[in-house]
Design a protein around this ligand. Sequence first.
Ligand code: MD6
Ligand code: FE
Length: 213
Amino acid sequence: MTELFTEQLDQTIQIGDGAYFLRGFALPVANVICTMLMQHFKDYPPQQMMTPMGYPMSVKTTSFGKFGWVGTPRGYGYSEVDLITKKAWSPIPEAFLQLAQGVAKEAGYSDFVPDTCLVNVYAIGTKMGLHRDQDELDFSQPIVSVSFGIPATFLFGGAKRGDKTIKIPLTHGDVVVWGGKSRLHYHAIKPLKPNDHEVLGPCRINLTFRKAR
Ligand code: MD6
Ligand code: FE
């Protein structure tokens, strides 16, 4: 019985063509990473990016790496500096890189070299509308997505906006890897329900590692 349970925890579940859900994969390094995130938020405060329609996004965003993802009324893209502090982003910490590359390898993407780590901070009630990640240059590179804090429901759809979605519950330490034929599939995060996490409080943090350029 014990063995079966361990196997289930370690499972890599395929959720699409080239897309995998690795439950709890980041748990062993969660405390180290969350501590480093708290320091990063002091140096590069998460900010509400703008949609091309001119509305602020509900989540707050910051980045590590050579590039950081930004949203402005002129569109979405990558910037080498934080738009508020005007500072170059700090490099992706080694512990983060090791996690992202370990995950990618597990999913068969053995030469993943991310140059950006986007950090999204979700308060209760915030969400991420249905979208595709299409601001990067090389769609042969996957995206590694790591969740910390309170649970959220991830919706994973298809190549078209109207395709049906599946629901994946994401909790502290869960990882999704995303590439191959589903690299450009639509996805979303439903509004966060009230909750409280023992380390992060009433908050969810999502890291997405990407090769932007
Ligand atoms: C989130 N994630 O989990 C939002 N994008 O907060 C994403 O938008 C996402 O998890 C591309 C690949 C994986 C993701
Ligand atoms: Fe996305």
